[in-house]
Design a protein around this ligand. Structure first.
Ligand code: IPD
Ligand code: CA
Ligand code: CA
Length: 263
């Protein structure tokens, strides 16, 4: 693996796609609906086309898993791409959104980057090399108890049908923590756990592109990720929990009654 070339390709793709997002916020161009609540804007498509072009030029035979197109290739090297995480925010001109790109070799995440073009914040990690925010080392928070914690969550796109399953989890945490935020961009939420801005996060039904890059960033920043039963998180898990590690056991206790939710 040519780490240097992978990293420079990753950075170029993140920054160029981020530029597209920054310059098109405010256009309010929803061009498609995947479902009643799941939107696609012109920016999702344009950012994805830009990223794919950059990666395919550098690594023509690598596989791609992108949100807006069918999977490509069968190489042991795979890029996992969310060109715009936070589309609903973006479509309403609420500037909380990012680009997320993970790189995997033989099924193991090796590099990941998440770029927030509205704050010019680039979160990055390479396996075994630590995590960074704009080149400064990142570390999870030191908050030791749930009662002192600020958590974050999100609700999947089937929330109208499944509200009665999702809201009890929210209530259970609400009774125990200092605060809960719902920002609308899961990749950024996870990076904020890595940065110590949130102490923990949970959400059901994330897709591989929502979390691939951020999973490695959290791990490399000293945090942990699991399903609601405590098993280490995989890209295909439906239940996602992440934390600074210190509050993980307490989070799992709150999640215990909900181990069947989403399945
Ligand atoms: C969504 C966002 C949101 C989360 C959803 C995701 P998208 O991604 O990350 O925060 O709650 O589950 O699907 O559609 O904006 O890329
Ligand atoms: Ca997403
Ligand atoms: Ca997206």
């Amino acid at each position: 693996m040519n780490r240097k070339k992978i990293q420079s390709t990753l950075f170029e793709a993140l920054r160029k796609a981020g530029k597209i997002l920054r310059s098109s916020l405010g256009e309010r161009r929803v061009i498609e609906k995947k479902s009643e609540l799941s939107l696609v804007t012109a920016a999702d498509k344009a950012a994805e086309a830009c990223i794919v072009k950059i990666i395919r030029k550098a690594f023509p035979d690598h596989s791609l898993l992108t949100e807006e197109s069918p999977p490509f290739g069968n190489s042991h090297c795979r890029w996992i791409i969310d060109p715009l995480d936070g589309t609903t925010n973006f479509a309403h001109t609420y500037p909380v959104a990012c680009v997320s790109i993970g790189f995997e070799e033989n099924g193991r995440l090796e590099m990941g980057g998440v770029f927030d073009p509205f704050r010019d914040e680039l979160f990055f990690a390479a396996r075994g090399k630590g995590a960074a925010l704009n080149n400064r080392p990142l570390r999870v928070s030191k908050t030791g108890t749930l009662s002192e914690s600020l958590l974050c969550t999100g609700f999947p796109y089937d929330r109208r049908e499944k509200a009665d399953e999702y809201l009890p989890i929210f209530k259970a945490f609400m009774m125990k923590v200092q605060g809960i935020r719902r920002t609308g961009a899961a990749a950024l939420d996870l990076c904020y756990v890595a940065a110590g801005r949130f102490d923990g996060f949970w959400e059901l039904k994330l897709q591989p592109w929502d979390k691939a890059a951020a999973m490695l960033i959290i791990e490399e920043a000293g945090g942990v990720l699991s399903n609601f039963s405590g098993r280490p998180l995989t890209l295909n898990d439906i239940q996602n929990a992440a934390s600074n590690s210190l509050i993980h056991q307490e989070m799992l206790e709150v999640l215990k009654p909900f181990q069947r939710v989403g399945k």
